[in-house]
Design a binder for this molecule. Structure first.
Ligand SMILES: CCCCCCCC(=O)CC(=O)SCCNC(=O)CCNC(=O)[C@H](O)C(C)(C)COP(=O)(O)OP(=O)(O)OC[C@H]1O[C@@H](n2cnc3c(N)ncnc32)[C@H](O)[C@@H]1OP(=O)(O)O
Ligand SMILES: NC(=O)C1=CN([C@@H]2O[C@H](COP(=O)(O)OP(=O)(O)OC[C@H]3O[C@@H](n4cnc5c(N)ncnc54)[C@H](O)[C@@H]3O)[C@@H](O)[C@H]2O)C=CC1
Length: 716
């Protein structure tokens, strides 16, 4: 797993060999240890170059080995040996040098990087910290503030930034390995005293305590309960305040705690789940590896409101030509300004020219005649969307894929209005569409595998985490949100306040709670959807029962007061003025809730955070099991990635289905049964039969659910 070659007469070239990313598996670590010993003990070898096979230096530890019994040699002693030797060791960095890979390079005396290389210590994103000396060497090399930023965010940086920070010594556009070999020969026999990073004093920071206090506060706030970023700060603090070996001991102790934590398991699950969702399949058996996408060079967006603007930006940034169509003059003018502004600012940040020339604007839908793919983003109005789809089907060239950004309408119905329903797919973006990572890709009953493959590939080009799901009301994300929001309303009826519910969810790790989120996106958004789905019926006592089932009209009553959230300055919270972001508890809302309870003879009781979490999250999870049972999502990873990348589910809890597996399926079942007994008129609390079956099968781990579901389906 590592190869030794003597080159240019005196240079020992050690090549890491573990495709695809030369991860530091047990065998690779053994290879490094063996080849390094060979190089350092061979008198013919006067200098050493370390590189990776296939133009990638090293993607870090082999994440697949985490969670198994770690075997193979540790790298710390070898890195110490490398650093201590009198033969110069040069890291030739191509592709990526990440995590343990960069820590290995930091133990070398020199680092030469290719201009396209990326470097970083992303351990924090896996619930860990750089524990092969990275947390101790990096601050000594580039200073405390820069090291903290890199280690606590896990950000991958370019070779140019690495050079600026002093993380690498030289950047080249030609063959990195050839340059490294030449360089290694040029420094053979020279003193390496100034090249051993562990001997450096940590650059002095005035008022160290205040700096770390400030950093810790900031990191804690952004972490939303994740423990790894905090441990990273503690480790860097050790580097800044202790001798190297003592700092290494702190690094080791912190890693020991993180390595076996449930947060690390969740984050590592997310790493693989994010990649697994790109390997989509359809109930017909069509799959990602057997379906060919069609090329998309030119796309169109219909409707330039909130979503259409962001989608236009995302398409242009992915390098496509875009035709942007909007019927309202005022909207069109505003959209041009907004889109150009976003593209110009983004280009400025990257030091590149903006891609404005690629966008043409029009009032006329006929302007889309020659595009390869259209994304419709007009108002959520069924009749309007029907008309637009009929028009698109008439004006577009044969073979154009027709996509809709609808959040709740039936993709099959829209497809049925076109000449070629097999070309119709849902592309459900999240606001703001050029920022949010999630794209829910909805295939209808007639969508062709080619159409799905094309849209999934386009999603990838736009840098999205694209998840393919079947067609049903609300698709996966919004469908699961319904029971969650419903429970939040019931909790208010029973005695909770919006602040209490939100506080419990924020402590769980959501960036904001359900009521704060509702205020942010507009309380009227779901009001409109509710009114369409369930036309307003009786008032009084009856208002709390719809079709024989429990219903809470609280959200409707709030909207009837014109309290649409942040944009109106009043919603579940009060704001200083319309549009203000600072939410404060509102005595009006408390009074409104008390009056409502009194009107309906409800007696408020004390509700704790545990009940909030169980009722909101378990009802959402229960719906997730129904979605799996119906085959709307192919596996738990699909649901989890939708929630992590679209709904703010804390990454360190892995997504709702992973979380359910951590809580224990038997416990979830038992609590759902408990709540369903208490509220038999709430169907979302009735445990799904798939959940029962999984519990009967001994609650298999989440990665085995797909097989169990397949088995259950084959027995039907
Ligand atoms: C008690 C002590 C125990 C030991 C503790 C040691 C602690 C450490 O040593 C600390 C660490 O290094 S933790 C690991 C840090 N490294 C990372 O986070 C890099 C992860 N990889 C990437 O960012 C991209 O894959 C990368 C940028 C590298 C490449 O991106 P691409 O987009 O080109 O390709 P991907 O589709 O992401 O990946 C290709 C295939 O490789 C798999 N893979 C990537 N990195 C891996 C890694 N580090 N370990 C294992 N598998 C890895 C990836 O899953 C994918 O495979 P498939 O899913 O099968 O396609
Ligand atoms: N706003 C959000 O957070 C999300 C919205 N969606 C969905 O995206 C779609 C658009 O929503 P928003 O952007 O929020 O709406 P919006 O109200 O901000 O914008 C809709 C735009 O479509 C234009 N329009 C109407 N008829 C048109 C036609 N025939 N041709 C061209 N343009 C036309 C309107 O003038 C308006 O500018 C809806 O289906 C909505 O459900 C999906 C995900 C999130």
């Amino acid at each position: 797993m590592a190869q030794f070659t003597l080159v240019s007469g005196s240079v020992g070239l050690i090549t890491l060999q573990n495709p695809p990313v030369n991860a530091l598996s047990a065998a690779t670590r053994q290879g490094i240890v063996d080849m390094m010993n060979k190089a350092l003990n061979d008198p013919e070898v006067k200098s050493v170059v370390v590189c990776g096979q296939n133009r990638i230096f090293c993607g870090g530890a082999d994440i697949k080995e985490f969670g198994t019994k770690i075997s193979g040699p540790p790298l710390i002693p070898t890195i110490h040996t490398i650093e201590a030797t009198n033969k110069p060791v040069v890291a030739a960095i191509e592709g990526s040098a990440l995590g343990g890979g960069l820590e290995l390079a930091l133990g070398c005396h020199y680092r030469i990087a290719h201009s396209k290389a990326r470097l970083g210590l992303p351990e924090v994103t896996l619930g860990l910290l750089p524990a092969i000396g990275g947390s101790q060497r990096l601050p000594r090399l580039i200073g405390v503030p820069a090291a903290i930023e890199l280690i606590t965010t896990g950000r991958h940086i370019t070779a140019a930034e690495a050079l600026q920070l002093g993380l690498v010594d030289h950047v080249t556009r030609s063959s990195t390995v050839d340059e490294a070999i030449k360089f290694a020969q040029s420094v053979e026999g020279k003193s390496l005293d100034s090249r051993r990073i562990s001997n450096y004093p940590c650059p002095h920071l005035p008022d160290l305590d205040a700096v770390f206090e400030g950093v810790m506060q900031e990191v804690r706030q952004k972490a939303h309960g994740a423990i790894a970023p905090i441990a990273c700060v503690q480790a860097v603090r050790a580097a800044a305040t202790l001798p190297y070996l003592e700092g290494m001991e702190i690094e080791r102790q912190l890693m020991e705690t993180l390595f076996t934590s449930s947060q690390a398991r969740a984050l590592q699950y997310t790493f693989f789940a994010q990649r697994a969702v790109s390997r989509w399949s359809m109930p017909s058996g069509a799959r990602w590896d057997t379906s060919m996408p069609k090329p998309v060079h030119k796309a169109a967006v219909i409707g330039l409101g909130t979503m259409g603007r962001g989608i236009t930006v995302a398409l242009a940034q992915a390098g496509l030509s875009v035709v942007a169509v909007e019927t309202q003059e005022k909207q069109l003018k505003e959209a041009k300004l907004v889109v150009s502004g976003i593209l110009e600012r983004a280009a400025q940040r990257r030091g590149m020219a903006p891609t404005l020339a690629k966008i043409t604007y029009s009032h006329d839908i006929r302007a889309v005649a020659d595009v390869d793919l259209v994304i419709e983003a007009v108002f959520e109005d069924e009749a309007l969307k029907e008309k637009v789809f009929q028009q698109l089907s008439a004006v577009c060239k044969p073979g154009t894929f027709l996509c809709t950004n609808t959040s709740s309408l039936d993709v099959d119905h829209l497809a049925s209005l076109t000449h070629n329903p097999e070309l119709v797919v849902g592309m459900h973006f999240f606001a703001p569409a050029h920022v949010m990572k999630l794209l829910e890709v909805v295939y209808g009953s007639k969508s062709s595998p080619e159409a799905l493959a094309t849209v999934m590939q386009l999603g990838k080009r736009m840098g999205k985490v694209s998840v393919a799901v079947g067609n049903c009301w609300g698709f996966v994300g919004n469908r699961m949100l319904k029971p969650y929001m419903e429970q939040a309303f019931y909790l208010l009826e029973e005695g909770a306040t919006p602040e209490l519910v939100d506080q419990a969810l924020v402590e769980f790790g959501f960036p904001m709670g359900v009521f704060r989120m509702s205020d942010l996106s507009g309380t009227d958004v779901y009001w409109k959807i509710r009114k369409e789905a369930e036309p307003v019926g009786a008032s009084g006592q009856e208002a709390r029962v719809r079709k024989g089932l429990r219903y809470s009209p609280l959200g409707d009553l709030l909207c009837e007061q014109g309290r649409f959230g942040q944009k109106t300055g009043q919603g579940w919270y009060q704001y200083d003025k319309p549009g203000s972001r600072v939410a404060r508890p509102d005595p009006w809302v408390h009074n409104f809730l008390e009056e409502y309870r009194a009107r309906h003879g409800l007696v408020a009781r004390r509700i704790d955070h545990a009940e909030v979490l169980e009722r909101c999250l378990y009802s959402l999870i229960n719906e997730g099991f129904r979605i799996l049972e119906e085959g709307i999502a192919a596996g738990p990873e699909d649901i989890d990635m939708i929630y992590v990348f679209g709904y703010g589910w804390p990454k360190h809890r892995g997504g709702p289905m992973f979380y359910a597996s951590m809580v224990g399926l038997a416990k979830i079942l038992e609590r759902l049964e408990h709540y369903h007994r208490a509220h038999p008129d709430v169907p979302f609390m009735q445990p799904c039969s798939l959940l029962r079956k999984l519990v009967t099968c001994g609650s298999p781990p989440v990665h085995k659910w797909k097989d169990v579901i397949k088995k259950i389906h084959s027995q039907l």
